[in-house]
Design a protein. Structure first.
Length: 176
């Protein structure tokens, strides 16, 4: 007896074709492998032990689209959520993308802040990306990995000292 929703909604996998050729060969391989694994596993149902209290049926009846890339946060909104003072280094990621207009530009030597899409070939990305979550055994992790396109990239080199307070604001922001 299958414990999966029989039909995977097309929109859950359709957007992967848009960016399947984006990034290094390693990233493309990670995404395509994760998509194949998700399509094999399907959307879990409450018959799966790990999902017995959480129905994803509504997910299969909804549609989603990738983030458009347009930043909408204002400086006032960010300042209201800051935990550090005004002299702190501030890194604002809005919906997974660095908002350069609201982020500090005077970074210490050896600190790299940006969008992961611009750093797919960085050694730290190859060392850690998709290495810590179970793509082979978890359908929703596989789906998320199949849609991997961008995100926050923060790299601090070895022996780097930063004496300035800093705050990373990873904000997911929705407006209707």
């Amino acid at each position: 007896m299958s414990t999966l929703i029989q039909s995977v909604p097309e929109y859950l996998t359709a957007n992967t074709a848009t960016y399947k050729n984006t990034g290094s060969d390693a990233i493309k391989s990670i995404r395509s492998g994760a998509l194949a694994r998700f399509e094999e596993m399907g959307v879990p149902t409450t018959r799966n032990e790990e999902w017995k209290y959480t129905s994803l049926a509504e997910l299969t009846n909804s549609t989603f689209a990738p983030f458009s890339g347009k930043h909408t946060l204002t400086k006032d909104e960010v300042v209201r959520h800051m935990l550090c003072g005004p002299d702190a280094l501030l890194f604002v990621f809005e919906n997974g993308k660095l908002n350069k207009a609201l982020s500090s530009t005077n970074l210490p030597q050896g600190v790299l802040i940006g969008n992961i899409a611009n750093h797919f070939d960085h050694p730290a990305v190859h060392e850690h990306l998709a290495k810590h979550a179970n793509v082979s055994g978890e359908a929703m992790i596989a789906l998320n990995t199949a849609h991997l396109l961008d995100g926050a990239f923060i790299h601090v080199g070895p022996n780097v000292e930063c004496n300035t307070p800093h705050s990373s604001s990873l904000l997911e922001w929705w407006r209707e």
